[in-house]
Design a protein around this ligand. Structure first.
Ligand SMILES: *Cc1c(COP(=O)(O)O)cnc(C)c1O
Length: 220
């Protein structure tokens, strides 16, 4: 086994343990392997180890490596986890199965337009700026419920979940708790939270999706 395949097995075991601790069904938790900055040759061993759900944070970078890998592994599910520019909405809808970073009205409008045009419907998550950080993308937590509702009423978009990236220098627990509470208030079933340093906590606090990069692929 390569390092990354071993790391993948360790991460999956840790998810299983955290699920057991929280008395949750591990099948309700999806591991998104974050492959940003790694190339096809780094990713292939992880695919060969059975992983099929991957996250990328740049549209252009993903376009460079995933169409080729998808020819080899057609059942891959690709998540966009980085900020989406409105002029990249068409390419994002064409390439990704899940877009986790719907974070403003303009993006909702562009995604709705492209979904109608392309007849492709990636699953959508709304990114919430749980720490209210000025430099970070995401909807203000106080506006999350109204925004999710607006996406449906104004553009016919179905929002499947919420996503957050807690401030890196804070205890993530309160942010995970807030996101889970907001998901309940929004009436959306999916919750994407937790990265290499805190995915076990996220699982214990209700994450349905954890996004893990360096713990699998090594440092970037
Ligand atoms: C890079 C990234 C991750 C993965 O981070 P690691 O700490 O390497 O696990 C998760 N989510 C988002 C949005 C990212 O950009």
């Amino acid at each position: 086994m390569t390092d990354a395949a071993e790391n993948l097995a360790d991460v999956k075991n840790a998810i299983r343990r955290a699920a057991r601790t929280a008395d949750r069904d591990v099948n309700g938790i999806t591991l998104v392997a974050v492959s940003k900055t790694f190339d096809a040759d780094d990713i292939r061993p992880v695919l060969d180890a059975g992983q099929r759900v991957f996250g990328e944070n740049r549209v252009q970078e993903a376009q460079g490596k995933w169409p080729g890998l998808r020819d080899e592994y057609p059942d891959v599910e690709l998540h966009l986890i980085g900020p989406l520019q409105s002029n990249k909405a068409a390419e994002a809808v064409a390439l990704f199965d899940v877009i986790e970073t719907l974070d403003r009205e303009k993006i909702a409008k562009e995604l709705a337009k492209e979904i109608a045009k392309q007849g492709r419907s990636p699953k959508l998550f709304v990114q919430v700026n749980t720490g209210n950080e000025p430099q970070k993308a995401g909807i203000d937590p106080r506006e999350a419920v109204a925004f999710v509702k607006w996406c449906g009423e104004e553009h016919g978009l179905t929002i499947s979940g919420l996503m957050c990236i807690p401030p890196f220098d804070e205890n993530p627990g309160p942010h995970f708790a807030l996101l889970r509470k907001l998901a309940g208030e929004c009436g959306v079933p999916l919750i994407s939270m937790g990265m290499s340093g805190d995915f076990e906590t996220a699982v214990e606090m209700g994450a349905t999706h954890v996004r893990v990069g360096s713990a699998i692929f090594g440092s970037r």
